[in-house]
Design a protein around this ligand. Structure first.
Ligand SMILES: Nc1ncnc2c1ncn2[C@@H]1O[C@H](COP(=O)(O)OP(=O)(O)OP(=O)(O)O)[C@@H](O)[C@H]1O
Ligand SMILES: [Mg+2]
Length: 443
């Protein structure tokens, strides 16, 4: 639960008492709230409204950007006479409380809001749904879905690697949803978004008095995932000393809260994700080798979108249906030139780039069909060159792999010479229907 209190009016104690047991995090500015929400999006938030005369535009923007959180407003009675504040409560909050606060009533509202959020999650995330959400019928995605199912059945740590925007978080959720832990919590943590000084207490929690301001003991994010799965996203950003603590947790299945002496047993499956190549980070000395091997027990590589172009149209249509039906009902779909442009583009930002282009196009399109210009891909649809270039690249890829394998080199050696992982090479071989000469001889 997140509380935004930018004015520090001395009502923090009332709110903390009302939220006792709900793991409350307090943000003292909108930027701070953004950081906390990014690290771990809360289901419910309390927003203390500024007094009349203070601008509400930044707060309005923040609440709009975090519309999935159920907000409860707390304000002085006179704030409701102020047009913008009244509008803000009306547009973004499920309830409001005026000062002086009735702790008991606020506690009921917060419990009710959490209950509503849980109901919503129940509807939106039925068992296995994220595995189904991994849209695509290309060979790499079909293979990935099969590997997810196998990995989910085990209980060892998982390491997910893939370029930015390829769908690593979706894959992590799929692993959780398909596992025996599906009914437990799934807690995504963006390791890169936690300030270094707070990592220890955020991840492992702290005891009362562990540092100035630690008025009471608080469990960490790892503990809050007990019975479920924790996703340590961008694990490469974890400071080295925290890597040591994480390794200890993986080995002993216990955590030590900051300022505490006892070992607390925690039953959590760790899934880690990274867009940087951790093996290279190990070579550079910025990632512990022992932690890498511990996490890399089960590895999943999420292929970039340019290696599964067959999925681009299906994904674009999915995002169009999900988004445009409501916001741009006059737009009916994509023109054939837009589809050609989508297929020809190289997608350096992967699925996230596709999602953003489709959303923007749906809003910007003036005609019934989205054209290449709406997708900002006008150059790509004009004639053959991009497709021809793509064809040439595919051919070159195929020749390079065949040359190595047919010269009798092992898959490991060819992968090394081409500068890709063995998994990538196997995926490329499947894509080009290349079998190793030895396997081809087998009847
Ligand atoms: N195969 C897919 N089917 C449907 N949606 C997808 C697929 N892959 C990715 N997405 C969507 O694309 C967006 C980006 O995916 P996600 O956040 O999982 O990527 P990521 O690899 O974690 O990116 P980053 O490295 O930037 O954190 C999300 O909205 C996700 O739901
Ligand atoms: Mg991610």
């Amino acid at each position: 639960m997140l509380c935004i209190d930018t004015e520090g009016r001395g009502i923090g104690a009332d709110i903390a008492a009302a939220a006792e047991g709900f793991a409350l995090r307090v943000a003292v500015s909108i930027e701070h709230a953004g950081q906390l929400a990014h690290v771990r999006p809360p289901a419910v938030g309390v927003v203390v409204l500024p007094g009349p005369g203070t601008g509400t535009a930044a707060l309005e923007r923040f609440l709009s950007e975090h519309a999935t959180i159920r907000w409860v407003a707390v304000c002085a009675p006179e704030a409701l006479q102020h047009g913008p504040c009244r509008q803000l409560v009306h547009d973004h909050c499920i309830d409001y409380h005026t000062l002086p606060l009735d702790r008991q009533r606020l506690r009921h509202t917060l419990g009710h809001a959490l209950g509503l959020a849980a109901l919503g999650e129940g509807q939106a995330v039925p068992h296995g749904s994220h595995a189904m959400r991994l849209t695509g019928d290309s060979a790499p995605i079909v293979g990935l879905r099969q590997r997810i199912a196998k990995v989910a059945a085990a209980d060892a740590p998982v390491l997910i690697w893939g370029e930015s925007g390829t769908g690593k978080e979706l894959v992590a959720r799929a692993v959780h949803d398909c596992s025996a832990r599906a009914r437990g919590p799934f807690v995504p943590i963006n390791c890169g978004a936690i300030p270094a000084s707070l990592v220890q207490s955020e991840l492992f929690g702290h005891e009362k008095g562990a540092f100035t301001g630690a008025a009471r003991a608080r469990p960490g994010l790892i503990e809050s995932a007990a019975g479920g799965t924790v996703l340590l996203d961008e694990i490469g950003d974890l400071p080295l000393e925290m890597q040591a603590n994480l390794l200890r947790f993986l080995q002993e299945k216990t955590i030590h809260r900051l300022g505490g002496t006892r070992a607390v047993p925690v039953d959590v499956r760790v899934v880690a994700a990274s867009h940087v190549n951790l093996q290279q980070a190990v070579a550079r000395g910025s990632f512990r080798e022992d932690l890498f091997y511990r996490l890399n027990v089960l590895a999943l590589e999420v292929p970039p979108l340019r290696e599964r172009r067959d999925d681009v149209v299906a994904l674009a249509q999915l995002f169009f249906r999900e988004y445009a039906a409501e916001r741009a009902p006059h737009v009916r779909g994509f023109s054939s030139r837009a589809l050609a442009a989508l297929r020809a583009h190289d997608w350096p930002g992967n699925v996230r780039e596709l999602l953003n282009r489709v959303r923007r196009a749906a809003v910007m399109a003036e005609h019934r069909l989205i054209g290449p210009a709406d997708l900002d891909l006008a150059g790509k649809a004009d004639g053959e060159p991009p497709l021809a270039l793509h064809g040439a690249r595919v051919q070159a890829e195929r020749h390079a792999i065949e040359a190595g394998l047919h010269a009798g080199k092992s898959v490991t050696r060819v992968a090394r010479e081409l500068g890709v992982s063995r998994m990538t090479l196997y995926r490329l071989m499947a894509k080009h229907s290349i079998v190793t000469p030895a396997r081809r001889r087998t009847p």
